[in-house]
Design a protein around this ligand. Structure first.
Ligand code: PLP
Length: 389
């Protein structure tokens, strides 16, 4: 008898998503047929340029802003660097405020500025993982160049009160940047409704290609450039235009935004079922981050008395891909800065694991994950010196 290996189950959509086959098909001609440099004046170059123009118009329409406010970049990391470092260069103020649960792209940029003498204030979060308005009111003043708070957190999925925080920043003449990388395709994202000056997104989080993103910069805002070079992106971001990736980003974004409500409803239902099953069937389990105002795809659990990494690796051996809540999987042994900022103990932070669901997941897959999880958690607890029954 031959044993059949079950199909792998992918529950790591907050790390990245597969490129939608329809998107890939739309990108393909721009690798080889319409390959010319979009800055060239000849007609093939202009054909490539016109594809970039339509992508820019499409992205602007989906965000309900002007095409001149859209800048294509290499992804979320570049945008976060641009927003943070550019703000201090252009505003001639020497102080920025960032939340303590931002992505490393924001935090490391802030740290770099700190070393150069910029005053950086780190906003705390409450135990549910939300920034409170009163905390910003306490530290903001008219010397503040920029406030950065992400729209939704990548580890615990909490959706931050960005509209209200941006209104506070405006009162003090500070710019507001929000990292919307995790939010696009999961919740509605409109910069004007949020009242932000800058916002970024990244195609690979919504079934588009890796290595391409968008920076929205409010019209009229004088923001310094990060990458100098040619005259691309209206002189704001040099480098030969990456036509196929930009075409892919706009196509993926259109599918993601148009189908957002439907997909989010389906994904939230699967996630809620998963969370209820975990609580019903596995004792000593904590859901990290507020259950309300949370991205539909996110469930971040601490399984007490065990290490998140051991659990991650055991699930992986059973064909289930998820992510450790701590930064260990990315080469550091530090516990998650997000969970630590929420006041979670180091031990519990080490026991955390993130499941992030996507549009192709099914209930049958979730049932299989639950079955495996029960077995693996029990086995790991039996060998854990921390577990006394
Ligand atoms: N910001 C957040 C919230 C993210 O989750 C990520 C990616 O994980 C990034 C920024 C970086 O985006 P990119 O992978 O496009 O550089």
């Amino acid at each position: 008898m031959t044993s059949v290996t079950p199909k792998p189950i992918y529950l790591d959509h907050s790390a990245t998503t597969p490129v939608d086959k329809k998107v890939l098909k739309m990108m393909m001609p721009f690798f080889s047929d319409t390959f010319a440099n979009a800055s060239s004046v000849h007609s093939v170059g202009q054909k490539a340029n016109s594809a970039v123009d339509s992508a820019r118009r499409k992205v602007a329409e989906l965000l309900r802003v002007k095409p001149t406010e859209i800048f294509f970049t290499s992804g979320g990391t570049e945008c976060c660097n641009w927003a943070i470092k550019g703000a201090v260069l252009s505003k001639e103020k020497n102080r920025i405020i960032v939340s303590g649960i931002e992505h490393a792209a924001v935090l490391s940029s802030a740290k770099k500025l700190e070393k150069q003498g910029v005053e950086v204030i780190y906003l705390p979060v409450n135990k549910e993982g939300f920034v409170e308005l009163s905390e910003l009111e306490k530290v903001i003043n008219d010397k503040t160049a920029l406030v950065a708070v992400m729209l939704a957190n990548n580890e615990i999925g909490t959706i931050q009160p960005v509209k209200e925080l941006a209104a506070i920043a405006k009162k003090y003449g500070a710019l507001f940047f929000t990292d919307a990388v995790q939010a696009v395709g999961s919740i509605p994202v409109y910069p004007l409704e949020l009242g932000v000056d800058m916002l970024c997104l990244s195609a690979h989080k919504f079934y588009g290609p890796k290595g391409v993103g968008v920076m929205y910069i409010r019209g009229g805002l004088k923001h310094d450039k990060l990458i100098t070079g040619g005259h691309q992106e209206r002189n704001m971001r040099g480098g030969t235009t990456n036509v196929p990736l930009i075409v892919g980003l706009a196509a993926a974004m259109e599918f993601a935004v148009v189908n957002q409500e439907k997909n989010s409803r389906k994904i939230a239902k699967l996630r809620d079922y998963f969370v209820a099953e975990v609580f019903n069937k596995i004792p000593h389990t904590i859901l990290n981050g507020g259950a309300k105002k949370r991205l539909p795809q996110n469930a971040n659990f601490t399984f007490e008395y065990i290490e998140g990494e051991s659990l991650l690796l055991s699930l992986d051996l059973n064909g289930i891909a998820c992510s450790s809540g701590s930064a260990c999987s990315s080469g550091s042994l530090e516990p998650s800065h997000v969970l630590m900022a929420m006041g979670i103990t180091e031990e519990k932070a080490h026991g955390s694991i993130r499941f992030s669901f996507g549009k192709y997941n099914t209930k049958a897959e979730i049932d299989r994950v639950i079955e495996e999880l029960i077995i693996v958690v029990e086995r790991l607890r039996k060998i854990s010196p921390l577990y006394f029954r």
